[in-house]
Design a protein around this ligand. Structure first.
Ligand code: IMP
Ligand code: MG
Length: 182
């Protein structure tokens, strides 16, 4: 399928429904509340894919001592090579030194993106650093990344919806679907 063509939603295979996601996001929020309580916390959304997960997650947290910030990353280099190079397109604006920081990501796949971000933030001498990911896709993991809060695990497949895209499409779908690009 050419990237410019949008598949009919009926041709996408449902993987996680809107209801399953909502339930899991509430569970994750309560796990996160259990760790931080009302401690001041900087929650960092990894754009663009995590935007919808992030907005649902933060509204389910009881902790109102939150600061919100955003990063955007780009990666270069061939897929599935450990030489993959990640850079900031946009960094956080808050000074995170000495703060509790929670990164919110959509999917950890090879692990290169989160390996980069965790390394960058750790170097800024944060008070603590944790990672929440909606999906842990283990099959192509190349970098060892500690995942503190995981919504769903997925063996393989390329998924779209609930913020996740294929060539910038499908982000606004309320559920998550598998797509098989040809
Ligand atoms: P990593 O550096 O390989 O872990 O890259 C993870 C990034 O690739 C995620 O933040 C997503 O933006 C993107 N990605 C990986 N797998 C998928 C998928 O199945 N659907 C949509 N985006 C994906
Ligand atoms: Mg992402």
């Amino acid at each position: 399928m050419p990237a410019s063509e949008v598949m009919d939603i009926r041709d996408l295979k449902p993987v996680f429904t809107q209801e399953q996601i909502a339930t899991r996001v509430r569970e994750l929020a309560s796990e996160i509340d259990g760790v931080y309580g009302d401690e001041p916390l900087v929650v960092v959304c990894v754009l663009k894919g995590a935007a919808i997960f992030f907005s649902d997650l933060i509204r389910n947290l009881h902790n109102k001592n939150l600061e919100l910030d955003f990063v955007r990353l780009s990666s270069y280099g061939r897929e599935s090579t450990s030489s993959k190079h990640v850079i900031f397109n946009k960094d956080v604006e808050i000074d995170i030194c000495d703060k509790h920081v929670l990164i919110v990501e959509d999917i950890v796949d090879s692990g290169h993106s989160m390996c980069f971000l965790l390394g960058q933030f750790a170097a800024r001498r944060v008070r603590s650093l944790r990672l929440a990911t909606l999906v842990d896709k283990g099959e192509r993991r190349e970098m060892d990344v500690a995942l503190d809060f995981v919504g769903f695990t997925l063996k393989k497949g390329f998924i779209v919806g609930y913020g996740l895209d294929y060539d910038e499409r499908y982000r606004s779908l309320p559920g998550i679907y598998e797509i098989t690009p040809e």
